[in-house]
Design a binder for this molecule. Structure first.
Ligand SMILES: Cc1cc2nc3c(=O)[nH]c(=O)nc-3n(C[C@H](O)[C@H](O)[C@H](O)COP(=O)(O)OP(=O)(O)OC[C@H]3O[C@@H](n4cnc5c(N)ncnc54)[C@H](O)[C@@H]3O)c2cc1C
Length: 163
């Protein structure tokens, strides 16, 4: 006998998944290596393929096609995911999330320990120093470039595409 859909379990899975994905992008290196960038991109694509809720997986795959993962920095990755989550919120008629509040919302409880040697490396030449970067507000986007330098994809900033 086939199982009935269970909206409560689907929503719980969604909340847990979003929590993991957002927390991960907010701990992603400020200046990722090529390997780390590929890992994050692959992680998102594999999640969209293997996500247990079929409807959600199809939706996520379509979103990844329309808005390819932005992996150039912690800022671009976390704002990209926030925007993608807002796309899902819009389709489900849920309220939009203010992406400037990401930092306050997600704490992995890991303290200051870094997950990558790249995270303690210097900033991109065009950006602020690593000391400044640690204290940088999420929505302080002035140093950021308009396009992802690996994929050429236009950045989504604060939930909207840069024209
Ligand atoms: C990839 C993916 C695709 C999904 N597709 C579907 C689908 O097609 N159909 C379906 O019914 N369900 C889908 N879900 C589940 C759905 O998105 C919700 O997780 C679920 O409905 C529970 O919603 P919620 O109101 O508790 O908040 P959620 O959307 O789960 O959000 C959890 C918390 O995250 C915070 N939050 C909200 N928006 C953002 C944002 N933009 N950025 C950062 N934080 C935010 C808020 O504090 C919120 O309470 C999907 C989940 C995932 C991970």
């Amino acid at each position: 006998m086939s199982k009935l859909a269970n909206e409560t379990a689907k929503a719980e899975l969604g909340r847990a998944t979003w929590k993991l994905l957002h927390t991960m992008t907010l701990r992603y290196p400020e200046k990722p290596t090529h390997d780390e960038r590929e890992a994050l991109e692959a992680y998102m694509h594999l999640t969209s393929r293997l996500y247990p809720c079929g409807e959600c997986a199809t939706e996520f795959q379509a979103l990844l096609k329309a808005f390819p993962p932005q992996t150039a920095s912690r800022l671009s990755a976390s704002l990209w995911l926030c925007s993608v989550h807002n796309e899902v919120n819009a389709r489900l008629e849920k309220p939009m999330f203010d992406c400037s509040k990401l930092d306050a919302e997600y704490d992995c409880g890991c303290g200051d320990a870094t997950t990558s040697t790249a995270a303690t490396d210097g900033r991109p030449k065009s950006g602020p120093s690593s000391h400044d970067a640690d204290r940088m507000e999420l929505m302080d986007l002035e140093w950021d470039v308009a396009k992802d330098d690996v994929t050429g994809v236009r950045m989504i900033k604060g939930g909207r595409m840069v024209i």
